[in-house]
Design a protein around this ligand. Structure first.
Ligand code: ZN
Length: 293
């Protein structure tokens, strides 16, 4: 790999970078502790066959790529991680907070047959040998694993999903459907946009201030939690979605020591990862995959 990766200074190093058959991908140490049971990985741009702004490992069929290239990318990525790409289950990800309980009946939906999983931003399953996949290019990927009840889940937490507390909703969903205890759940906040790269307008910032109940801090002029959000002279804000997601997971009862937070930003590393902001929308998609063996 000939790319210098820019890491986030204020984070402890927590992303592992792996390479197999020239496919480079990212894993998380807290999830890797369970690798006998769990397979997981987050794709990079390296190791695929797509061209130009989709170069090279675009795993999405919705970005205008040649479907043959996308399929070849899936073959390569699946071979590197060790799952059968024909068994993948996709969702459509529409910036809402609805989930789908994946069963054996969903196998192959989105890759070898049409998917009827619509208006869904979170996939969850307790079925083994069913790989689930979700897509990103700056939005926050949340990955969940309950090693006690053997449940995996992923949620797509862009700013709208984060305001909608999708991470907490997924923890509650895993509890109600599978009996998961929040204190058992291991989470990863995977590569996405960092605070330094993520300027948002006042109306977006206000939704976060309201959701976290920070109005008093603003009133007092203490500028709420600077680590979460700060205002700039131009009236815009810099928002830390990692911090927001972590706060939401902690509120849900996930233990701090069970959360891995990325130290690699998509927008700081546009040659390594697809970034919507860095590319002004001319980009493919990174993907996160999880499966229980
Ligand atoms: Zn960044």
């Amino acid at each position: 790999m000939n790319i210098d990766i820019k890491y986030i200074k204020y984070h402890d190093k927590c992303c592992n970078i792996k390479e197999k058959n020239e496919v480079t991908y990212i894993t998380f140490p807290k999830l890797e502790e369970y690798e006998d049971d769990l397979l997981h990985g987050f794709s990079t741009r390296l190791g695929g066959v797509s061209k130009e702004h989709l170069s090279a490992m675009n795993l999405s069929f919705t970005r205008g790529d040649d479907p043959d290239n996308v399929m070849e990318n899936h073959r390569r990525f699946a071979a590197a991680l060790g799952y059968d790409e024909n068994r993948l289950v996709f969702s459509d990800q529409v910036h809402k907070t609805e989930f789908h309980k994946v069963t054996e009946a969903d196998v192959g939906k989105g890759i070898v047959r049409e998917s009827d999983i619509k208006e869904i931003d979170g996939l969850v399953t307790d079925v083994r040998n069913v790989p689930i996949i979700t897509f990103y290019a700056d939005c926050v990927p949340l990955m969940f694993y309950d090693p006690v009840h053997h449940v995996i889940a992923m949620a797509h937490s862009g700013w709208k999903g984060t305001v909608g507390r999708i991470g907490e909703k997924m923890v509650r969903y895993m509890g109600s459907v599978y009996g998961s205890d929040p204190s058992d759940i291991i989470c990863a906040i995977a590569p996405s946009i960092c605070q330094e790269c993520y300027e948002v307008s006042e109306d977006v910032a206000e939704q976060f201030i309201e959701m976290f109940g920070l109005e008093d801090d603003i009133e007092k002029g203490s500028m709420c939690d600077k680590e979460l959000l700060y205002k700039k002279p131009n009236g815009k804000y810099q928002l830390n979605l990692y911090k927001a997601c972590e706060m939401i997971l902690l509120d849900a009862g996930v233990l701090k020591e069970h959360i891995d937070i990325t130290d690699i930003c998509t927008c700081c590393n546009p040659e390594f990862l697809f970034s919507h902001r860095a590319s002004r929308g001319m980009r493919g998609n990174n993907a996160a995959v999880m499966m229980m063996r």
